[in-house]
Design a binder for this molecule. Structure first.
Ligand SMILES: Cc1cc2nc3c(=O)[nH]c(=O)nc-3n(C[C@H](O)[C@H](O)[C@H](O)COP(=O)(O)OP(=O)(O)OC[C@H]3O[C@@H](n4cnc5c(N)ncnc54)[C@H](O)[C@@H]3O)c2cc1C
Length: 450
C-alpha cells in the first residue's frame, strides 16, 4: 500500500515512521526546504538549535516513550527549570512555593487565593465546564484582580499575546495541570528536558528511520491539490506532477486557502466559523554572556515589544551552543496581524529598545547575532466553546484523512499531544492501513502450523 503524507512536521514524520515500520510505502511531501515544521532547526552561525524554543516535561510520557522507541532515550537531558517574572523594573523568581510566598507584589490573602486557584485547577477533571468562561474572568474570580494583574496576566500574554482575552479558562487549566504534573515534590521545581542536539536530532532520526524502511521525503514540494482518483485512492498534485496513493493523510493547518478546502475534500462541521490561528514573531539573541537565570520570564511591562522571554541557556548546556547563550523573545499575534508584514529592520529596532529596557547593561559587544524567526500559523486560538468549533473533519473520501493540531481541544500545543494523537490515529485506523505483508501474514502462519 502506498501512503502519501502532507507535512514533514513532527506529526507527519512520526506518522510516516510508524506506518513505514509496518511495511507501508510512505512518501512525505513538505513545501519547505527542511523537515521539522515548527520544531525545525536554525543555523545560528556557530551552532544549530531549534528555530523556536522547545522543552520536554517529565510528564510528557507519550513523547518520552516515543523517543526511547526510536533510540533517543539516552540523548535526553534533564534540568531543574526556573521561572521568573519582570514587573515594576525588577526580576522576581516564581519557581518554588517559597518564591511565591516571598513575592512582594502580592499580599498574604492574594497568595492564598493564588494557591487555591492552582489546587482547584488540579482537581478539575471535566474541562468542559471551563469552556464557556473567559480565562481572565475565571482567574479574577478565583484569585482577585490584583493577583490576576501581577501574576496571571503576564503569563497569559507570554503564552498567547493580546488575544488571551478571547480564550477560555480551559487554557489555564491545561497549562497548570501539564506544568504541575511535572513538578518534583522534593525540590518544588519542574523538571525540564531536551534532546542533546535539539529537535534536529529527532528530525534526523525520523528521516533516517523512514528512509531505511523504504520511505521518501520530498522537500521543496508544496502540495497544490488532492483529488480522488477515478477508481480508488487519491491523486496528489505538485507543480505539474501528479501521483497516485492508496491513502493520503493531511497534517498541515486547515484554512480556506488550503488545497483541502478548495477541493471540497473535507466537510468542516463546526458551529462557530473558521479556525483562527495565532502566529509568532520571535527575535532570538545569541550572546557572549547569560542574560537571565530563568527558562521562562513573564513580563508585566506594556512597554516591552515582546510578550515573554525564554532563556534557553538556563536549561541547555552551553556545550550545545558553542559556549554562547541563546535567548528567545516571542510575541504571539493573530496570523492576519499587520505586524507580520513589518520589515525586519523595524522589528529589530523595536526589539533592541525593549531588550535594553529589560537588560540595561546589555552591550553591543555582548551580542554575537540576532535572528528573526516568524511563523504565521502556530496554534489554533482556543476561543470560548472551542470544542464545538473545532473542525470535525469528516473527510468525504474513504482514502483521505486529516490529523492536525487544530483538533486538540483540551491541551496546549505540544509534541506530547502530537505523539499521543499519532498513536491514537494509528490504532484507530489500523484496518485501513494494511501492508502487503499484513495480508500475507495469515497464510504464512497457517503454512508454518501445517
Ligand atoms: C514558539 C513555539 C514554541 C513551542 N514550544 C514547545 C515546547 O516547549 N514543547 C513542545 O512540546 N512543543 C512546543 N511547540 C509546539 C511544537 O513545535 C508543535 O507541537 C509541533 O511542531 C507541531 O507539529 P505538526 O507536525 O503538527 O505541525 P507543523 O510543525 O506546523 O508541520 C506542518 C508541516 O506541513 C507543511 N505543509 C503545510 N501545508 C503544506 C502543503 N500544501 N504542502 C506541503 N507541505 C505543507 C508545513 O510546511 C509544515 O512543515 C512550540 C511551537 C512554537 C511555534
Amino acid at each position: 500500500m502506498r501512503v502519501g503524507i502532507i507535512g514533514a512536521g513532527i506529526m507527519g514524520l512520526s506518522l510516516a515512521q510508524r506506518l513505514s515500520a509496518r511495511g507501508l510505502r510512505v512518501t512525505v511531501f513538505e513545501r519547505e526546504s527542511q523537515a521539522g515544521g515548527l520544531a525545525t532547526y536554525h543555523d545560528y552561525g556557530p551552532f544549530c538549535w531549534d528555530r523556536f524554543y522547545h522543552v520536554i516535561l517529565s510528564s510528557d510520557t507519550y513523547l518520552i516513550e516515543y523517543l526511547n522507541e526510536i533510540g533517543l532515550g539516552d540523548r535526553l537531558r534533564w534540568n531543574a527549570g526556573r521561572s521568573g517574572l519582570y514587573a515594576k523594573g525588577q526580576f522576581y523568581s516564581v519557581t518554588t512555593t517559597m518564591d511565591l510566598l516571598r513575592l512582594p507584589l502580592l499580599g498574604c490573602m492574594e497568595k492564598l487565593r493564588l494557591a487555591r486557584a492552582v489546587l482547584a485547577c488540579n482537581r478539575i477533571r471535566d474541562w468542559r465546564e471551563l469552556e464557556t468562561v473567559p480565562v481572565d474572568e475565571w482567574l479574577i474570580r478565583m484569585c482577585g484582580r490584583a493577583t490576576y494583574e501581577a501574576f496571571w496576566k503576564p503569563l497569559l500574554l507570554a503564552k498567547l499575546g493580546a488575544q488571551y482575552k478571547r480564550v477560555s479558562a480551559v487554557f489555564i487549566w491545561s497549562y497548570i495541570t501539564r506544568l504541575f504534573s511535572t513538578r518534583d515534590s522534593s525540590t518544588q521545581r519542574n523538571q525540564l528536558g531536551y534532546v542533546a542536539g535539539g529537535y534536529r536530532t529527532v528530525i534526523d532520526r525520523l528521516e533516517s528511520l523512514l528512509q531505511a524502511a523504504g520511505g521518501t521525503i520530498r522537500l521543496n514540494t508544496p502540495v497544490q491539490a488532492i483529488e480522488p482518483a477515478s477508481h480508488a485512492g487519491m491523486l496528489i498534485k505538485t507543480d505539474g506532477m501528479q501521483e497516485h496513493f492508496d491513502k493520503v493523510i493531511w497534517t498541515g493547518p486547515i484554512d480556506a486557502g488550503s488545497p483541502l478546502a478548495k477541493q471540497g475534500l473535507v466537510s468542516i462541521a463546526a458551529s462557530g466559523g473558521p479556525i483562527e490561528y495565532l502566529g509568532v514573531i520571535c527575535p532570538v539573541l545569541v550572546t557572549r554572556r547569560a542574560l537571565l537565570p530563568y527558562y521562562t520570564l513573564n513580563l508585566a511591562d506594556a512597554e516591552v515589544p515582546f510578550t515573554g522571554v525564554i532563556g534557553m541557556s538556563s536549561l541547555v548546556s552551553t556545550e550545545e551552543t558553542a559556549g554562547y547563550y541563546l535567548t528567545y523573545f516571542p510575541k504571539y499575534v493573530p496570523s492576519d496581524d499587520p505586524e507580520f508584514q513589518l520589515a525586519d529592520e523595524t522589528i529589530t529596532q523595536r526589539f533592541f529598545l525593549g531588550a535594553r529596557r529589560l537588560f540595561p547593561d546589555l552591550q553591543t559587544s555582548d551580542v554575537v547575532g540576532l535572528h528573526l524567526n516568524r511563523a504565521l500559523k502556530v496554534q489554533a486560538l482556543q476561543v470560548l466553546n472551542y470544542s464545538t468549533r473545532v473542525p470535525q473533519v469528516t473527510t468525504r473520501h474513504q482514502d483521505f484523512f486529516v490529523l492536525n493540531t487544530s483538533q486538540f481541544v483540551n491541551s496546549t500545543l505540544n509534541n506530547n499531544a502530537v505523539i499521543r494523537a499519532v498513536n491514537e490515529f494509528v490504532r484507530e485506523h489500523h484496518g485501513s492501513f494494511t501492508s502487503d505483508t499484513d495480508h500475507a501474514a495469515p497464510a504464512l502462519l497457517t503454512g508454518s502450523r501445517t
